[in-house]
Design a protein around this ligand. Structure first.
Ligand SMILES: [Zn+2]
Length: 310
């Protein structure tokens, strides 16, 4: 049965365990979030058969870098087989603090996979001088960087247009760079597609890409299928939109599997020791033992109710 038919029959993604390249932990002051609790996050992962969720802290790039990054460690402790973490760094912090922060996080957990930059929120261009040494930190310690990336929108978004992000990917060919939201707008997605075609270390993720009104089928006429990554942006957005957009698309199942899992699995296996150990001997495309479900975690927390909807 095809992925599309299985979804239409209400069977979900069954034996295809998804990897979410871009999601968040913690609260956010600027707009409404339904429920950012960790148990609710895991419920959402369970619902869409998302085995691994790569998270960044909202607090870390907005208010308090260290406390925020601690929230990432908390998530990893909460559901150790479901979360992987990016370290958020703020370019306005002293470089010595950023360096210490990266080392602290890598020492704290082997599930720290890379760095996260948010140039729009931090109101500083991704190719500016203050970001330069942070890219060097990525090259030195953890060569995977997720960057918020948008084309159009309000003025601070000019800090992270696809061409500026790609400029950095070109400068650091040893660092794998994910353009978060694929540039957001339709024009942004098309530009990201073109840039991904040119630069081997550049990728684009799908969270929030629905705002560009570009169907996955159309996107894939421009973007290489190996460069597009499933991502949710939970708990800002739900996982249903990106999962459904890919799952129901009129494209081959082999391509859906690449987007929903295989491409990010390859990145993790290439860029992180954790990924190398984890994926070296396993066959891709299978459920890898998703042991901590929301129900099991709720039982441990003493909050489980026998509600089949949860
Ligand atoms: Zn995000």
């Amino acid at each position: 049965m095809s992925i599309r038919d299985a979804l239409a029959a209400g069977l979900g993604f069954r034996d295809l365990a998804l990897i979410d390249a871009h999601a968040h932990v913690g609260r956010w002051g600027s707009f409404y979030m339904a429920d950012p609790s960790l148990i609710q996050l895991v419920r959402e992962l369970d619902r869409f058969n998302i085995e691994l969720c790569c998270v960044t802290s909202l607090l870390a790039f907005s208010v308090d870098m260290t406390r925020g990054n601690d929230e990432v460690l908390e998530a990893i402790r909460f559901a150790p087989d479901r979360f992987l973490g990016y370290v958020s760094l703020v370019p306005h912090q002293p470089l010595a603090d950023c360096r210490r922060e990266v080392q602290r996080m890598l020492d704290a957990s082997d599930r720290i996979i890379g760095l996260k930059f948010h140039p729009m929120w931090n109101n500083y261009p991704i190719n500016g001088d203050l970001y330069q040494p942070l890219w060097e930190l990525a090259a030195e310690f953890c060569p995977l960087v997720l960057v918020h990336c948008w084309l159009g929108g309000e003025e601070p978004e000019a800090n992270n247009t696809p061409d500026k992000v790609a400029q950095m990917a070109a400068r650091y060919p040893g660092v794998t760079v994910i353009m978060g939201h694929s540039g957001g707008s339709r024009a942004g997605q098309l530009q990201c597609a073109e840039l991904c075609r040119r630069l081997p270390n550049l990728y684009m993720d799908l969270c929030g890409s629905e705002f560009g009104n570009l169907w996955i089928e159309r996107l894939l006429e421009h973007a290489p299928a190996d460069k597009v990554l499933f991502a949710t942006d939970i708990p800002f957005l739900g996982a249903g939109s990106p999962a459904g957009r890919v799952g129901y698309a009129a494209i081959d199942d082999a391509i859906k599997r690449k987007i929903l899992r295989v491409n990010m699995e390859r990145i993790l296996a290439t860029c992180t020791r954790w990924g190398r150990d984890r994926f070296r001997s396993s066959t891709p495309l299978t459920r890898h033992g998703m042991t901590s479900t929301a129900n099991q975690l709720a039982l441990q927390m003493g909050t489980h109710h026998d509600n089949p909807d949860q």
